[in-house]
Write a protein that binds this ligand. Structure first.
Ligand code: GAE
Ligand code: MG
Ligand code: MG
Length: 389
């Protein structure tokens, strides 16, 4: 079997928060009529540092056309040379590598007539507990709208939430206090996510202030790549600490320094199934847990994350992928399903990822490229529309 073409479609889809994200759907076509599909999710991080989609397509074609898609290891190695890791959380190279690796797995699964789970060694669970994200309140006035999101999502079965914190401490406390008062033990706050905004001492001070409201763990409580700060934080607090994995070097540093308890692994931030499996295995060998993180994928990318999560023996914290609930639209025939706050792993009997793209939806949502255009960049960190929009 040989690859004969690579096609990249960019779609632009708003979130419920008003923030608009771009994603690429990549198709890898073969001479035997089998096509693999991958998702490069959420290119809206670093929006002014954008890729030329025609140039990207030409690069991918030059590398992949004529090649055997079953050569997953070699092709992944080559992609890592073309798009090397940069030790940066929102590095775009990992998004590209991820989309290609997902597409190759989908292709190989379809060619063999098996689900991607079979390629990964099967499943040890068929659903994954997830939490709904509450984006940072920048002012006290924004708190009530976030409590309202908890009300609405709780009614739909989501009983775990995570809070992006660290910009306005009073607002963080007001939110946690309101949720505790209204929902008591019916609602769990999985984590405070500081998104590397604070140095570890500031994060520690704020965490201590918010502890009485009850949280399960703390994520990214130090500046980016400050592994020592993460360790200092971890040793100073009696709660598990999680951090995203965005490079093997960074993962090695965190393991060496014993800096975290739980590695937050998302296919998109490490470069697809192959890379994510290596990271999860390293975590397991080091005696650490894993949670499935998210950039907020569409249903296709979320299905890939679910299949990965279903294979993990050390998935021991509540996970994050809720993109399909967050976006107002999607590109698959059927979305992935959520029940009682669990992400349901797509049907194991279906080949590939088991998800079908609705090309009419792609046509409706397609844009020319990744350019950020007229969107305001003011509130990128908080993934919401700017207050003045
Ligand atoms: O830090 C996190 O856990 C988030 O999921 C973070 O990566 C977000 O910025 C996410 C988003 O687009 O909302 O990527
Ligand atoms: Mg995070
Ligand atoms: Mg994202």
């Amino acid at each position: 079997m040989k690859i004969i073409d690579v096609v990249v479609d960019v779609v632009r889809i708003p979130r419920q928060t008003g923030f608009i994200c771009q994603h690429a759907i990549v198709q890898i076509l073969t001479n035997e009529g089998v096509t693999g599909i991958g998702e490069m999710s959420d290119f809206s991080h670093l929006p002014k540092y954008s890729l030329d989609v025609n140039d990207l397509t030409a690069t991918l074609k030059a590398q992949l056309v004529g090649r055997n898609p079953f050569e997953l290891i070699t092709l992944n190695q080559e992609m890592s040379e073309l798009f090397p890791e940069t030790m940066y959380y929102y590095e775009k190279g990992t998004f590209i590598r991820c989309g290609i690796d997902i597409a190759l797995h989908d292709l190989v699964g379809k060619a063999l007539g098996v689900n991607v789970s079979t390629l990964l060694g099967g499943r040890i669970r068929d659903r994954i507990k997830v939490c709904y994200p509450i984006f940072r309140s920048r002012t006290l006035e924004e708190v009530e709208a976030n409590v309202e999101i908890v009300r609405k999502r709780f009614a739909q079965g989501f009983d775990v939430f995570r809070l992006y914190a660290g910009v306005n401490a009073d607002a963080d406390e007001a939110f946690l206090s309101a949720v505790k008062q209204e929902f008591g033990s019916q609602v769990t706050i999985k984590s405070l996510d500081f998104s590397h905004l604070l140095d570890w001492k500031s994060a520690l001070r704020l965490t201590k202030r918010l502890l009485p409201y009850g949280v399960q763990l703390v994520e990214s409580p130090a500046t980016r790549n400050d592994t020592e700060g993460l360790r200092n934080f971890r040793m100073a607090i009696d709660l598990p600490v999680s951090e995203h994995v965005w490079s093997f070097k960074q993962l090695q540093d965190m393991i060496q320094r014993d800096a975290v308890d739980i590695f937050n692994i998302a296919l998109i931030f490490i470069g697809g199934f192959s890379a994510a499996r290596k990271a999860a295995s390293a975590a397991e060998v080091a005696g650490k847990g894993v949670l499935i993180g998210t950039t907020q994928e569409l249903s296709f990318g979320t299905a890939a994350q679910a299949i990965f999560g279903a294979s993990l023996t050390n998935l021991n914290a509540i996970s994050d992928p809720t993109g399909p609930e967050l976006y107002v639209d999607d590109v698959t025939v059927e979305p992935v399903k959520y029940e009682d706050g669990f992400l349901i792993v797509p049907d194991a009997a279906r080949p590939g990822l088991g998800m079908e793209i609705d090309w009419a939806k792609v046509d409706r949502l397609r844009v020319d490229g990744f350019s950020w255009g007229d969107q305001n960049v003011a509130n990128l960190q908080d993934r919401t529309r700017a207050a003045n929009e």
